[in-house]
Design a protein around this ligand. Structure first.
Ligand code: 7TS
Length: 411
């Protein structure tokens, strides 16, 4: 474990931050899309590829044993990251959030749901937490219901308790909106769902990288997230699930490594988690993700959350000085992650994004894979600045100056 480090010193861990974009010092405000990678993660990948890039679970030689041990250690890092009780919960490595949702949709929902059963979602979900459930509904006859949103894009207790009922079998909800940063009251949703005998899947794609998550305390049945948004590599992610569910579920993919015994006629499955990790997994990705989780835990997720909280408050103060911007999902700070989405009167978000790019500032513009939420707000897109541990108030000042200048040019 490292000693407590000054947040400002952490910037030197991220090689990309000393680079430029369009000839300017990079200001990276697109962490909602993916995060930059710190040197320990790059080193872990490099180490695997240069020293022991053997396959796992099959070698009788040292290099393969090293790779297997590193892969297993990576899973243990995720256990610690999520405070998993391994008696009752398990972590499956997948390609990312999207694949994890599809795994649950295919292996649990398609098998378990029938006509009239209800799947409860919200209209603020990322498409990857809507489209797979639409497919489940189409194939099983299950019905999708949405917890209503307030005009600001929030949930109310009334909406939650009136939408989740005895027909609900699954509630799938984001832990943090990737558009507004709004964090739904997960504890309450889980309590209400469980009271009605329904399971809960939390889309942690934004939450897990920015807030401490304790799956035992939360008591969610499934939690999904991606490595690349939390300082890890692309192509690797996690499905956490309660063990009894995974044991009763059908495998998602079939092939090598997930079997116990194969005959010409039939096959039996390995134990969880191998049952859900068919084929050669993303070994390097898992090792990199384990290093990312260790890195974040060394800094402390609470500290990261506090830092982003300060940045978001500062951003709100600075940006609300401009009468020409409209901020979406502005809310009480305790329900808000490090995301600031806005539009500028009379200006297309893409034009803002392009001019910011010329200043070396990376943001995302558009509908952010959340078209139903855009429809709810009556807009086609926003400009989104999303923060992480390495962002600073100076960068926000620079951003605000750039927004002010471009408004003069574009309006
Ligand atoms: N759920 C949420 C809440 C997300 O923000 C994203 C990605 C996903 C699911 C899908 O994750 P993936 O790793 O499987 O693609 N969100 C974004 C974004 O906001 N900008 O780019 C990707």
């Amino acid at each position: 474990m490292t000693t407590v480090r000054n947040m400002a010193d952490l910037r030197s861990d991220f090689p990309a931050l000393s680079g430029t974009m369009r000839g300017r010092d990079l200001v990276y405000f697109d962490n909602g899309a993916t995060s930059l990678k710190p040197q320990p993660v790059i080193d872990a990948l490099n180490d695997y590829y240069s020293r022991y890039s053997a396959n796992i679970h099959r070698g009788v030689y040292e290099m393969s044993e090293l790779a297997t041990a590193a892969y297993d250690r990576a899973r243990e890092s995720i256990y610690r990251f999520l405070s998993v009780d391994t008696e009752t919960g398990e972590v499956i490595f997948t390609r990312g959030t999207t694949e994890s949702v599809n795994l649950v949709a295919t292996s649990w929902a398609r098998e378990q749901l029938g006509p009239g059963d209800e799947i409860v979602l919200t209209a603020m979900e990322h498409h990857s937490n809507i489209v797979p459930w639409q497919q489940v509904a189409r194939r099983t006859g299950a019905v999708i219901r949405y917890i209503p949103l307030t005009p600001e894009g929030f949930l109310t207790d009334e909406g939650i308790t009136q939408t989740i009922g005895d027909k609900t079998r699954l509630v799938a909800v984001t832990g943090m909106s990737n558009v507004t940063g709004y964090m739904p009251p997960l504890e309450r949703i889980i309590e209400v769902a469980h009271r009605h005998g329904a399971l809960v899947l939390v889309d942690g794609a934004q939450l897990a990288s920015h807030r401490p998550v304790d799956v035992g305390a939360l008591d969610c049945d499934f939690l999904v997230f991606s490595g690349h948004k939390m300082c890890g590599p692309t192509g690797i992610g996690v499905l956490y699930a309660k063990k009894n569910l995974l044991e009763s579920m059908e495998p998602f993919l079939f092939g090598g490594d997930m079997i116990r015994e194969v005959t010409l006629e039939h096959s039996t499955w390995a134990r969880v988690p191998e049952k859900f990790e068919a084929g050669t997994p993303n070994i390097a990705g898992a090792i990199g993700l384990g290093a990312a989780a260790d890195y974040l835990m060394d800094i402390g997720m609470e500290r990261i959350a506090e830092h982003e909280h300060r940045l978001t408050e500062y951003m709100t103060t600075v940006m609300h000085r401009f009468p020409f911007i409209r901020n979406y999902g502005d809310q009480s700070p305790d329900r808000r992650g490090g995301i600031f989405s806005f539009t500028i009167d009379g200006v297309h978000p893409h034009d803002v994004g392009s001019l910011l790019d010329q200043q070396g500032i990376a943001v995302r513009t558009g509908f952010h894979c959340a078209q139903p939420l855009m429809t709810h707000f009556g807009i086609t897109g926003t400009i989104r600045a999303s923060f992480f541990l390495y962002n600073t108030e100076e960068e926000i000042d620079q951003f605000a100056r750039a927004v002010e200048r471009l408004y003069e040019i574009l309006s």
